[in-house]
Design a protein around this ligand. Structure first.
Ligand code: PEP
Ligand code: MN
Length: 346
């Protein structure tokens, strides 16, 4: 078999349940997904590292046995699952799994990644490295390098978002600038997006997928379940195979030529990311303003306090000089933001 992960004009789509929950759920999902020629690989969680104890942690070996049986029915559909320990790698090999991924709670740990890399050496398994939960590009790069150094060349990176103090309405903050920088440093490494774990809500999967395609990602990994609401893990973010098919129909693939030469494209992508970040920060600022408004009302204080406004403006003028922005421009911008802030407090 050739490489499973490569860069092509057509992004690869990986889909499947967060976790395998029963033989029936697995075979039903596999039957649906195998009928859609756009699905390149099926994902299924067999071991689930849960942030807090007490949740469903996956069925382990029996689930692998079901995958092996299902694979006989759909020999053209490769299967992947998450590995978090060297023993998991051995079991995946034993049951003929095609690819594995290293999850965000594992890629954060260099010793564990090192042990997995040794277990993967010579295994023939293709490997995906999810970004670590912390927004640290070096840890992500380090995990990728450890896997590469074990001689694995069928490799991809998966962006699933980061845990930050404020995730801005996402389950995991996308921080698009980090995967964009990873792609700049490793242009030959396929980069996939996992909109399910970034968004955490099924309503966000389509727009996040489109964003990833607009940023020229090489593929998507999407959680898919026959009855999402009853899923034992990540029920809010999974979509049905039918919903997945409709969503894939709606996604627009932008051709590279539409957007000009590589450098221009990359710089425009960076501008888009920065613009979105600015809006998100503004939304955060307005929320704080509204909270302040409530406190002012409770204490019978006026909404507009000239002294405070003077301070804000001086602070911004000082900051403008420090970062080398035109003072008049920053004054106008600050007045606009302050005006909206007062409006929100009313
Ligand atoms: C998963 O893919 O189901 C998963 C647990 O992923 P992550 O490591 O991104 O949280
Ligand atoms: Mn999941």
């Amino acid at each position: 078999m050739g490489k499973l992960f490569s860069i092509s004009d057509k992004p690869m789509v990986i889909a499947g349940p967060c976790s395998i929950e029963s033989e029936q759920q697995l075979s039903e999902t596999a039957a649906d997904l195998s009928r859609d020629s756009r699905i390149a690989m099926m994902r299924c969680g067999v071991w689930k590292p849960r942030t807090r104890p007490g949740g469903f942690e996956g069925l382990g070996e029996p689930a692998l046995r079901w995958i092996a049986a299902v694979k006989r029915l759909y020999p053209a559909l490769p299967f992947c699952c998450e590995v978090a320990r060297p023993e998991h790698v051995e079991l995946c090999q034993q049951y003929g799994i095609d690819a594995v991924w290293i999850g965000a709670r594992t890629s954060v740990n260099p010793f564990l990644v090192g042990e997995l890399a040794e277990a993967l050496r010579g295994s023939g398994l293709a490997v995906m490295v999810k970004n670590p939960i912390t927004p640290d590009i070096s840890l992500w790069l380090g995990a990728i390098e450890r896997i590469e150094q074990a001689g694995i060349d069928d490799l991809a990176a998966v962006h699933r978002g980061f845990s930050t103090y404020n995730n801005f309405g996402y389950r995991n903050n996308p921080l698009w600038e980090i995967p964009i920088e990873l792609k700049r440093r490793l242009p030959e490494l396929p980069l996939l997006c996992d909109p399910s774990h970034i968004g955490g809500r099924r309503e966000l999967v389509a727009s996040l997928s489109q964003m990833a395609l607009d940023l020229h990602y090489d593929g998507l990994m999407i959680e898919c379940h026959p009855d999402p609401d009853s899923a034992l893990t990540d029920s809010q973010q999974q979509i049905t195979p039918a919903e997945l098919a409709t969503m894939l129909d709606s996604l627009k693939l932008r051709s590279h030529s539409e957007t000009g030469p590589g450098d221009l494209r990359r710089m425009r992508e960076q501008l888009d990311v920065i613009d979105t970040e600015m809006l998100r920060l503004l939304a955060q600022r307005m929320k704080i303003s509204r909270d302040i408004g409530a406190i002012k009302r409770a204490h019978n204080m006026p909404i507009f306090q000239p002294q405070r406004w003077q301070q804000v403006l001086e602070h911004q003028m000082q900051a403008a000089r420090e970062v080398g922005l035109d003072e008049e421009f920053v004054r106008e911008l600050t007045e606009k933001i302050h005006g909206e802030s007062l409006r929100q407090q009313e």
